[in-house]
Design a protein around this ligand. Structure first.
Ligand code: PMV
Length: 330
């Protein structure tokens, strides 16, 4: 039996340590945060796939493979909807039948900002369509589908964004060995600062590839240092050592700066946060704009928030969440 409408949601994330170097097989630590993307799926009477994003003010539909615009700019809408479309097609393939669908996306995650908005949206869409059509899918199945769809956006993604948006919590992620949940008992007071500068993860990943190809013997020890940071951070998380985590963030940021993925907008906010008493600050995600994050003792959080605001960033305090992708309503 096909039910009428299913809502699913998936969380955004911040990479605490190890972005970019993770693409080369190094480990990374990633946390799911309390900002979520929502997707509602409903069946239609025709065979078309209608997609609407309430937060981006975009809408359109695919009719026999051709995209027609209903709201917003055609090229932008088509490229933003492409991963969700691919994910829906994969679910329909498993379902073994062609049905028309209405998908409504509503995300509270800033777009193209390093918080994994596209993976969260695709994970929520995949899950809502699967539940609507009663397709039996494990979290691993949703992970595989989301990874495939992410390739359209990112080129050669490590898979870290789909992993965290589906499984939630805190993960130690490594491309060849997969991911392992980390039990983190300590409170990690994180302030995220959005520079408002949109950028493409694909372009940022290519920048690092280029630097690595030109200076392999220089970049290799940087990667090794990034690995040591992650190993040390795991100890610090066990020992509840905020100070060590802050130091490691500062060092990790210096490495990312070294491979060319920071920019003026990020440096501005990172300096503001450090001056306001943050224990550490770094870019998070792909860099080149997007978001930075700062770690501060609870009594300093408000000062860091205000400093980021004064530096013309958009701050928010992020809380970690254990909830990965989930059905909100059937
Ligand atoms: O900025 P985001 O949310 O797309 O994160 C990208 C993380 C990278 O390590 C830069 C790329 C990847 O696929 O792991």
């Amino acid at each position: 039996m096909v039910v009428m409408g299913v809502v699913a949601s998936a969380p955004a994330k911040v990479i605490l340590f190890g972005e970019h170097f993770v693409v080369y097989g190094e480990p990374a630590i990633v946390i799911a945060i309390d900002k979520r993307a929502y997707a509602k799926a409903q069946t239609r009477n025709d065979k078309n796939l209608h997609l609407r994003s309430l937060n981006l003010n975009l809408a359109g539909y695919f009719e026999n493979g051709t995209f027609k615009i209903e709201q917003g700019e055609l090229k932008e809408a088509k490229s933003k909807f492409e991963p969700a479309k691919l994910a829906v097609e994969k679910v329909l393939e498993i379902y073994g039948e062609n049905v028309g669908l209405d998908i409504e996306i509503n995300s509270t995650v800033p777009v193209a900002a390093g918080l994994g908005s596209s993976a969260a949206v695709v994970a929520a869409v995949t899950t809502s369509v699967g539940a609507l059509l009663n397709v039996k899918m494990s979290k691993e199945d949703i992970f595989r589908i989301t990874c495939e769809a992410e390739k359209i956006v990112h080129g050669t993604p490590s898979g870290i964004d789909p992993a965290i948006s589906i499984f939630g919590g805190t993960l130690l992620f490594q491309m060849d060995t997969g991911f392992k949940p980390l039990e983190v008992k300590m409170d990690i007071p994180l302030i995220i600062g959005d520079t408002g500068v949109e950028r493409s993860t694909r372009v940022q990943v290519e920048k690092v590839r280029d630097i690595n190809e030109r200076y392999p013997r220089v970049v290799e020890p940087i990667m090794r240092a990034a690995r040591e940071i992650v190993l040390k951070a795991m100890e610090a998380l066990k020992e509840n050592s905020l100070e060590t985590l802050g130091d490691l963030m500062n060092i990790n940021h210096a490495l990312l700066y070294g491979v060319g993925v920071s920019d003026e907008s990020l440096e501005w906010l990172i300096n503001a946060a450090r001056k306001a008493g943050a224990l550490g600050a770094k870019l998070t995600g792909a860099g080149g704009g997007g978001c930075m994050m700062a770690l501060a003792r609870n009594e300093r959080v408000q000062e860091v928030v205000e400093a980021i605001q004064r530096a013309e960033g958009k701050p928010f305090v992020a809380k970690k969440t254990d909830e990965g992708v989930k059905i909100e309503r059937t």
